[in-house]
Ligand binder design. Structure first.
Ligand SMILES: [Cu+2]
Length: 317
């Protein structure tokens, strides 16, 4: 979903009176003007390193997103799933549709700068919440970060993983292979096996993962340990997260360095991310979040174990 927020033209007839087949035209005619800004604060429930202003909230299967927004005037607003960009399928056209109508009441905020308002609101609530005598150092750090490009560094749970901390490498190659009898959904060449542990990961260490999809696009979801995006590149090594790169893909804008637990692997792009096996010991899953793909084999069992518990031989090798 690619959600955008528009003002509803006050002359619009009530949506409940519009026939289903006319709702696409109604949306086009009455949800108008420039999309209103939204400020991203978290991906997949994980606080971003800084607040980021966008005019589109993108969600692929399994992803979550937290945004702050502001409705500048009393009135009605449209939340639209805008399909005008990307994922075009000529055989199955998917017109932009209404997600929700939102009514705003109260006084007008028109003319108030959104970024300044957000900053003063956040600094104001931090002032209130950190009003203890012995919290002066934390307070000044949080204020400094908010005033410096709306940084949220003090609120991120996971700290960045530098290259020096990486103790090993893992790969996840997602593929769909057509067979004479049935289609196989695989990770690293194998379909899921309930009785097999595909890799044993060292507790207390950090590793770098390399992931790629060879066929179609798959939202790769990793349970338990979120990961920090290191790079997303096309097959020529161009950075797709960088607006100045010729390979720029807006679907990945603002992701570099951020923490996630689900990332959409578009076919043939190269993903690198780092993760720490910090607290959990035991078994967990990674899988494609298109459930049909996971259920048909695009899934792995992983195990985190302390060094003394690492088996010398296991089913995965
Ligand atoms: Cu998939």
């Amino acid at each position: 979903m690619r959600m955008r927020l528009y003002r509803l033209d006050p002359s619009a007839p009530n949506l409940r009176t519009v026939r289903a087949e006319e709702q696409v035209a109604w949306r086009k005619r009455y949800c108008v003007g420039q999309a209103l800004p939204m400020w991203q604060i978290a991906f997949d429930g994980l606080t971003r390193s800084a607040i980021r202003k966008v005019d589109e909230a993108i969600l692929f299967a399994g992803e979550r997103l937290d945004v702050i927004t502001r409705l500048p005037d009393p009135g009605i607003y449209c939340m639209v799933n805008d399909t005008s960009r990307g994922d075009t399928d000529k055989d199955n056209p998917n017109p932009s549709r209404m997600v929700a109508l939102i009514e705003a009441k109260g006084s007008s905020f028109s003319g108030v700068d959104g970024d300044a308002l957000l900053q003063s609101t956040l600094v104001g609530s931090a002032e209130k919440l950190l009003a203890g005598g012995n919290q002066a150092a934390i307070r000044s750090r949080v204020f400094g970060e908010l005033r410096d490009g709306l940084k949220l560094t003090s609120f991120t749970w996971h700290k960045p993983i530098p290259k020096e901390e990486v103790s090993g490498y893992r790969e996840a190659i997602l593929n769909i292979v057509d067979g004479p009898e049935r289609t196989a959904f695989r990770v690293n060449g194998r379909p899921y096996d309930h009785d097999r542990i595909d890799a044993v990961l060292p507790l207390g260490k950090a590793e770098e993962w390399r992931a790629i999809s060879l066929t179609e696009n798959h939202p790769l979801h990793i349970h338990v340990n979120p990961f920090q995006i290191v790079s997303i590149e096309d097959s020529r090594g161009s950075d797709v997260t960088d607006p100045n790169s010729p390979a720029f893909d807006p679907d990945y804008a603002g992701l570099k360095g951020e923490w996630k637990d689900t990332v959409r692997l578009k076919q043939d792009l190269r993903f690198a991310f780092r993760t720490r096996y910090e607290r959990f010991t035991g078994d967990f899953l990674i899988h494609c979040h298109i459930m049909f793909h996971g259920d048909h084999g695009m899934m792995q069992n992983l195990r985190i174990a302390a060094e003394g518990d690492m088996p010398t031989e296991h089913g995965g090798h």
